[in-house]
Design a binder for this molecule. Structure first.
Ligand SMILES: [Zn+2]
Length: 61
């Protein structure tokens, strides 16, 4: 298989290689890294958590 799957990243909205797909949404490797590295309380952390909630909120009920 030489096909490279690309999908819009659900967080940065850029076309990226498929990295981690959760509930049909891709989270690109750079966003994944940002999330992993963000500390609770950081501005970035809050932003990413909000993006994730917006993405997956409808599934979380
Ligand atoms: Zn991304």
């Amino acid at each position: 298989m030489t096909e490279i799957d690309i999908m819009v990243c659900g967080i940065c909205r850029k076309i990226k290689r498929v990295n981690m797909v959760i509930l049909g949404r891709n989270i690109c490797s750079s966003c994944e890294k940002e999330i992993v590295n963000a500390q609770a309380g950081d501005e970035a952390y809050g932003m990413y958590m909000k993006s994730i909630r917006d993405l997956f909120g409808s599934y979380a009920r």
